[in-house]
Design a protein around this ligand. Structure first.
Ligand SMILES: Cc1cc2nc3c(=O)[nH]c(=O)nc-3n(C[C@H](O)[C@H](O)[C@H](O)COP(=O)(O)OP(=O)(O)OC[C@H]3O[C@@H](n4cnc5c(N)ncnc54)[C@H](O)[C@@H]3O)c2cc1C
Length: 431
């Protein structure tokens, strides 16, 4: 068996980016993917009639330079979701009051952005404990917790506050992250990256075991094994925990890996014959403070193809996971009816993608640090070992938990391994 330069494990955007960068640099690589497709938490399905839609990661914005550049380079068509009209707040409140609560939530986010992460008074707080200490309205606290539940897809009384504050300052967008989606799907961009790799990409190659030493690695799949000088493990931290390392990873790495928890999310696409909400000057965006973890927005491709996407995140998704699909569709419809009116009942169809406990991705946009004493878990993982480098969107110096973050994480890992010229603005110590 000949020895490769680098094995990359996981063909999400992190692994695809790293593999392409290393191959472009002339290194001998292989990219091993467990599933029969690439993209990881970015995937698509064909709807009846053939139109493909993203059932995982979908949106991007101008302030995400890497994914924007990639989509432009591959000639993708950018669709700007309809955003005229008002937000519907649930339970129903006056729009002015809802906007005021939103303003207070943004103030809280500004407070977080200015916090010294080394401040001992926040050292072992959960997000819920931190919000309890803030001097703001009960409505703003509740809306903040709903936002956290929806974005991190975990209960705020479990999420480490220092971790949340650290990720918040890496979300540097000034425009909404839902600014665009791609007509061809985000998933088609993953396919484009995969196509450049040719037979260096091996689908249906779940990695189970990794032998490692300072001289190199041997990586074992069901039927194959591969040897290389280095390995990039481009899978989320909770998935990395499932790999068998021989010898066992040192304690500091084991502890860093055990700090993470998968979130829970279910994504629903609800298609209509008419964008009826626009008649009432509603944008289609619905923000629920109760139940927490629910959010909807307009993803119509055009006026003649109206649709809403509904995200069900955190404990609500965990509660619905594995239950009857029709009952979940009914729940989504009732929530939309109370927010947008009776016409919301007249759907063409509803497509659900339940990511909770997903075999290869965990369960949400991102794994989250829930060990409040593990503030340095990311730095420890990034240090890796002589032959192992950990990379996934979670470990990105910018936009962790997003596709942008995955691309940056992949580039950063490849740069470190191949001595490629680095993007100085992306160094870990900068945040
Ligand atoms: C429903 C949903 C909606 C989202 N919406 C957005 C959005 O609109 N915009 C945005 O920017 N982000 C969004 N995200 C988040 C974004 O998709 C992810 O953060 C990003 O794609 C993660 O990329 P990654 O390569 O780091 O990890 P992953 O995409 O998880 O890739 C890891 C890969 O490793 C493979 N793998 C795992 N274990 C093994 C193993 N043992 N052997 C071999 N292969 C293995 C997996 O199959 C997977 O392909 C969303 C995510 C979800 C689930």
């Amino acid at each position: 068996m000949s020895k490769l330069d680098v094995i990359v494990i996981g063909a999400g955007f992190t692994g695809l980016t790293a593999a392409n960068a290393l191959a472009d640099a002339g290194l001998d690589i292989v990219l091993l993917e467990a599933r029969d497709r690439v993209g990881g938490r970015v995937e698509s399905i064909p709807l009846p009639g053939g139109l493909r839609v993203d059932t995982g990661g979908q949106f991007l914005c101008e302030d995400m330079p890497e994914v924007m550049a990639l989509a432009k380079a591959h000639g993708k068509t950018f669709i700007r979701p309809y955003d005229l009209g008002e937000i519907a707040y649930q339970p129903s409140i006056e729009v002015e009051h809802g906007d005021e609560i939103n303003r207070q939530v943004y103030q809280l986010r500004d407070v977080i952005a200015g916090i010294d992460l080394a401040d001992p008074s926040i050292a072992s707080l959960t997000v819920s404990e931190w919000i309890d200490r803030q001097n703001t309205s009960a409505d703003a606290k509740s809306a903040f917790l709903a936002l956290v539940t929806g974005l991190w897809c975990c209960p705020p009384d479990e999420i480490s506050f220092v971790y949340l504050a650290s990720t918040e300052r890496r979300f540097t967008n000034t425009v909404t992250e839902l600014e665009f989606f791609l007509a061809e799907t985000m998933h088609s961009l993953a396919d484009d990256l995969a196509a450049r790799l040719g037979d260096r990409l091996r689908l249906n190659h779940p990695v189970a075991r990794i032998l490692h030493s300072e001289h190199g690695v041997e990586v074992f799949c069901d039927t194959d094994s591969f040897r290389a000088a280095r390995v990039i493990i481009a899978v989320p931290p909770v998935m990395t925990r499932r790999l068998a390392f021989e010898p066992a990873l040192p304690d500091h790495l084991k502890n860093a890996l055990s700090a993470w928890q998968s979130g829970s999310v279910i994504k629903a696409l609800v298609r209509y014959a008419r964008p009826f909400w626009r008649d009432r000057n509603l944008s289609g965006t619905v923000m629920w403070s109760e139940p927490q973890g629910l959010y909807a927005c307009d993803v119509s491709r055009s006026e003649s193809a109206p649709a809403l996407v509904v995200f069900i995140g955190g404990p609500l998704a965990t509660a619905w996971h594995g239950r009857n699909e029709d009952a979940l569709k009914g729940f989504v419809l009732e929530r939309l009816v109370s927010a947008l009116g009776e016409e919301a009942r007249q759907v063409l169809d509803i497509h659900l993608r339940d990511w909770v406990d997903d075999r290869w991705s965990g369960g949400a946009y991102s794994d989250t640090i829930v060990d409040v004493h593990a503030a340095d878990a990311e730095r420890v993982m990034l240090s890796g070992t002589a032959s192992i480098r950990f990379a996934s969107s979670e470990l990105s110096p910018s936009f962790p938990g997003y596709i942008e973050g995955a691309i940056v994480a992949g580039k950063t890992a490849a740069e470190a391994i191949a001595g490629l010229p680095s993007n100085n603005h992306l160094r870990m110590q900068d945040y």
